[in-house]
Every structure is written in structure tokens, then in C-alpha cells.
Design a protein around this ligand. Structure first.
Ligand SMILES: [Mg+2]
Length: 411
């Protein structure tokens, strides 16, 4: 049974332990049984509004024993994160509970002057002056912290705007993306696992794939989903695919419940998928055109992303012209590639993109080698058996597919 396979259980609250003010079937008894067996329990919520004491009181009122030190809210995890990084002064857009947690961690809450960080959490009283001040301070250099990413929270009247909606407004106005603390971000899991002995076997139990399951896997934990049915149509490599699905917490004690081993994460989770192009250009001597990329210093085929309104063929021809000064014409499609281990790219601002790249064989029709110095530090033709060793990971494969005349390769 799952209960025997772990020493510690990280439990999401809403949808796992309770729904609204009511405990879920089997939850109170299952949590008491876990505690009786000496399991370590942590209760996690992305709701940044209540204090930990308020959450503990709420659980106690439902019949769930919970100590203050077992509660991990996104607000408290934010306070811990800021405290560890020495951010002493903060401007807060958020609830009184969030402000209380930040003060309790020794942080000074500023209404005037320049803070180290701007903290944005869900706040039902947020107004234009808060957004204006937050964006202005971030533009002046304050770090931008979001307590959690959730765009909405459920109510009887339907979904209402949550932290993610407010941080989106500040993000667009400041031009800066926030550092997110709540699930699925690692900071929340670091806060939950802090103080546990090394080697403790921990599992996360949650009801949301994009936060609980994804975050658990990124933190190297087993992920148990609370749902009637396992999610359909997720590949086994998708980090949102849970390792076990159970209807409620009582099933932790089901001797027949299977558990798969979580696949180790091999790439950071992308926020978006973008179309990309690459060009395989040979000269008359059969040498291949490579550029030394400015962003990582590695050699690679000319490549980039498709701009709005462009065909993929035009995008390939434009990228070669921009990066190298050569005019080329696409002659044939070599392949379409999406291998995430090499085509998930993390940008300096924290954005993570997964590229789907169409690679084309191209012929030179004019121009001359003039690397632009912005995207390409250098450009040159290389004999295909004397390629530089510091070459982008997938590019030798793309070149091989082009050399062997393959058409329509896909990976
Ligand atoms: Mg939940």
C-alpha cells in the first residue's frame, strides 16, 4: 500500500483534504491513520491569503489534527524565501494574512521608499494605485515575487481572479516576469521539505496536474493524484502524468494500489511551444554553413523562430540572411524535430520555450558571408567530416539527415 512506501506525505488541501469548509470522504480518518503510523505530514496550499495559524484552525475545526509547523502556505513560503535571500524591505500587494506572515518573518513592509522586493498575492481589495506602485517599483529595480501562479480560484459563482490575474497586470505594466513561489515552483517544495532528514521518502498528494503533480516531479518526488480516473491522453514522459491515481485518501491504505516510478525530469517545463526553423546550407565544395551563436557561444546550423505571418520556408531563408549575410533558397524539407531534451530552451529572463523545428536543405543564391555579430558571432563553411566539437546537441543529427537525403524525418 502507498501508505507504507513513504515516510512523509505532502498534502494539497483544497480537493484533497477538504472542499470548501467540508472534509472530503475518508480524509479525516486516513490522516489520523497516517499520523498513528508515524508519518510526517505537511499541508500545502497555494492560497496566499490566510496565515498558517488560520489554516491550522480551519483544519482542526474539520477534525484534522494539524500543527503550525506542518502548514505550508504560498504566503509563508514567500516569507521564508525572502528571509533566506536577505530581502529586508518589501512592498506588498496582498491580503492582511500575507502581510502578517511577512512581518512575522522579520520583513519590513514599506508604503514609501524603495523596497528590495515587490510581493504580489491574491487581494480582493487590489486597485489601480497598487498596480501602478508595484509596476513602478519593479521598473526601478525591485525584485518581482508572485506568491503563486493560480489565475483563478473556485467559488460558488464560478472562477474568480486570483494571484495570477493580478501578477499578469503588473508583469505587462513593468515588462518583468515574476519569480513564482507557490506550486509548481520549487520554492514551495523546498519550504515543505525543509527540516526533513536526507533520504526521507516523500510523496505529494494533490488534485491538480499542472501544480501538484508537475511540481512534485520537478522536485524529484512521487506524485499521487486524487481523481476518480487517471488522466487520459498524457504521454508517460509528461511530468504532469501522476505515478498513482486514487479516488480519496483512504486508498493510501489499499493493498492493491499500483505505483509507477516517476521518470526523472530531463528538461525544464516549458510555458509555451514555438515554431522554429533551421537551414542546412552546403557550398559548392560540399561544406556546411555553421554559425557561432551569441547566446551560448556554441556552433550550430543557422536557426531561429518563425515570425508572425511568415511561412516556415521564408523564415529559414530570412534567418540565414540575418545571421550570415548569405541569400539562400529552400530546396527541400529535411525533417521536423521536437526532442525536448535538446529543444527546450531557457531564456535569461526565466522564460522556457519548447521549439518544434523544421529543418530545410538550402542552396546559396547570392550575398556574402557577413555574420551579424548580434545573433551570430562568426559564420563559416566546414567540411562535414571536420565539424567543430562545440556543436549544438541535435545539429549533427539534422546534418546527417540532410546528407543522407532523407525527407520527412521526424523526431
Ligand atoms: Mg487542490
Amino acid at each position: 500500500m502507498l501508505a507504507d512506501q513513504f515516510d512523509a506525505f505532502l498534502l494539497d488541501l483544497d480537493g484533497v483534504v477538504h472542499v470548501g469548509p467540508d472534509p472530503l470522504p475518508g480524509a479525516v480518518d486516513a490522516l489520523a491513520r497516517l499520523r498513528h503510523r508515524g508519518k510526517i505530514l505537511r499541508f500545502l496550499t497555494n492560497d496566499p491569503r490566510p496565515t498558517r495559524a488560520e489554516v491550522a484552525d480551519r483544519l482542526t475545526a474539520m477534525g484534522v489534527q494539524a500543527e503550525l509547523g506542518e502548514i505550508v502556505t504560498a504566503g509563508w513560503a514567500t516569507a521564508v524565501h525572502l528571509q533566506r535571500r536577505g530581502a529586508a524591505r518589501v512592498y506588498v500587494v496582498g491580503s492582511s494574512g500575507l502581510a502578517e506572515e511577512l512581518r512575522a518573518a522579520g520583513l519590513q513592509l514599506l508604503e514609501h521608499g524603495d523596497p528590495h522586493a515587490v510581493v504580489v498575492g491574491c487581494d480582493e481589495a487590489v486597485g489601480y494605485p497598487h498596480l501602478r506602485r508595484a509596476a513602478t517599483l519593479i521598473r526601478r529595480g525591485a525584485q518581482f515575487i508572485a506568491t503563486n501562479p493560480d489565475p483563478t480560484f473556485p467559488t460558488r459563482q464560478g472562477p474568480w481572479p486570483a494571484t495570477g490575474a493580478i501578477t499578469a497586470a503588473v508583469s505587462i505594466a513593468s515588462g518583468v516576469r515574476p519569480l513564482v513561489i507557490g506550486k509548481p515552483a520549487p520554492a514551495m517544495f523546498h519550504a515543505a521539505l525543509a527540516g526533513l532528514a536526507p533520504g526521507v521518502r516523500a510523496a505529494m498528494v494533490g488534485d491538480t496536474l499542472d501544480t501538484d503533480v508537475l511540481g512534485a516531479h520537478q522536485a524529484g518526488l512521487t506524485a499521487i493524484l486524487i481523481a476518480e480516473e487517471p488522466p487520459a491522453a498524457l504521454s508517460s514522459r509528461d511530468p504532469r502524468a501522476p505515478d498513482a491515481t486514487i479516488a480519496d485518501l483512504s486508498r493510501l491504505f489499499d493493498p492493491a494500489q499500483p505505483l509507477r516510478s516517476p521518470p526523472p525530469p530531463t528538461f525544464p517545463w516549458p510555458q509555451e511551444i514555438r515554431p522554429g526553423v533551421a537551414a542546412v546550407v552546403f557550398d559548392a565544395a560540399g561544406r556546411v554553413l555553421l554559425v557561432r551563436r551569441a547566446d551560448n557561444g556554441l556552433w550550430g546550423l543557422p536557426s531561429g523562430h518563425v515570425e508572425p505571418g511568415e511561412t516556415v520556408a521564408h523564415a529559414a531563408e530570412r534567418e540565414v540572411l540575418e545571421e550570415t549575410g548569405l541569400r539562400v533558397r529552400v530546396s527541400r524539407l529535411v525533417g521536423i524535430y521536437s526532442e525536448p531534451a535538446s529543444q527546450v530552451v531557457t531564456y535569461p529572463d526565466g522564460r522556457v520555450c519548447h521549439f518544434i523545428t523544421a529543418s530545410f536543405a538550402c542552396a546559396v543564391v547570392g550575398g556574402g558571408l557577413r555574420p551579424d555579430g548580434v545573433e551570430a558571432l562568426a559564420a563559416d563553411f566546414f567540411p562535414t567530416d571536420q565539424l567543430p566539437t562545440d556543436l549544438l546537441r541535435m545539429h549533427p543529427q539534422w546534418l546527417t539527415d540532410a546528407l543522407h537525403g532523407h525527407t520527412g524525418t521526424f523526431r
